[in-house]
Design a protein around this ligand. Sequence first.
Ligand code: URA
Length: 408
Amino acid sequence: MITDIINKKRLGEELSYHELDEFFNGYLDGKVKDYQMSSLLMAICINGMTEEETFSLTKIFIDSGDTLDLSFIPGTVVDKHSTGGIGDKTTLIIAPIVASLGIPILKMSGRGLGYTGGTIDKLESISGYRVDLSDDEVMKQVQDIGIVITGQTASLAPMDKEIYALRDVTATVSSIPLIATSIMSKKIAGGADKILIDIKVGNGALLRTKEEAQELSCLMKKIGQVYQKDVHTIISDMNTPLGFCIGNSLEVMEAIRVLKGEEFGNNLTKLCIDLSTELVCMAKGILPQDAQDMVLNAINSGAAYQKFLQLVKAQQGNLDNLVVSKKYKEIKASKSGVIESISAIRLGELSVSLGAGRVSKEDSIDYGVGIELKKQLGDSVKHGEVLARVYYKKVPRLQEYEDIFTIR
Ligand code: URA
């Protein structure tokens, strides 16, 4: 009985593969209702799942759809995923870098929900850019130019799409086994040989502590072993946003500046270099220093930027029409001092209030709004100096966001 399964998890007992299969596939078939699934998800959030349960659920998610066979592509195919953060446009930068070094990369990305932005929304700010490639188009493009960034096709782990949408509105996202199941089922179904996961920790991330991030890392690597996939992880900070820009068109423009080598030294560029270096080491089996030299050369030679242009052209995008709202307001320093913190979560909330992100799945996005930081952590500022520009369509209530910057 469905309620027996919920009750078992409520009591903290282990569910068998058969019970999980009956419950989750029953949900897709309409036999298990939203309120019953929500109840089980909350019980999982509170009581956790054993490794065995997590492996079973990952298999159920993978088996709910197709698995891509990329064995016809020569070389090691890599994939990368982030658990999500504010200003996280790393995919737009890393994928062209590694592809320009001859490493095929096939990235299926998602839309943003809540305060974390989605790569697909950022790409849709490029007019004409197609995010709906079919499986055949994906295969052809990765063979032709070694890079694809498209939306998750409906056939890969469709169970995750349904469950994720429900988790999002029932406060059941922040469960380590559920996050591991969700991410790993998509990555394994996506067919790459090696997978790099960027696990974010901080006030703008799903996970708040390093210990939780390490637990998630360990679990995802174990799931990888079950499927003979090499899984690497990097744990990175999400107390401060990545880079200077938050908002879709603004972030594409910033990614282009990084790819052109115009933005060295900030947290975004540093993380992109680290993640790309790790991917190159994974794919080519070379030493980190050699991999980093290749990554820096890909940026400095212009090869990474050229690969980005090739990607945009292949997916029919036109970069000439990227727009940012002409209307903006400025956030100014309330006193002189040093910037001690820039709150990622509060910037995420401001960007959603501007219309750069969605509150509910049905909301549409304003691609031209967002925030451009003018200062970084540790910068000295004078009273009245501009800290950020806020691009808007509907006048924002900036007085509600005075806590974004802490100055000491
Ligand atoms: N990203 C995902 O794809 N799934 C989660 O559960 C969390 C972050």
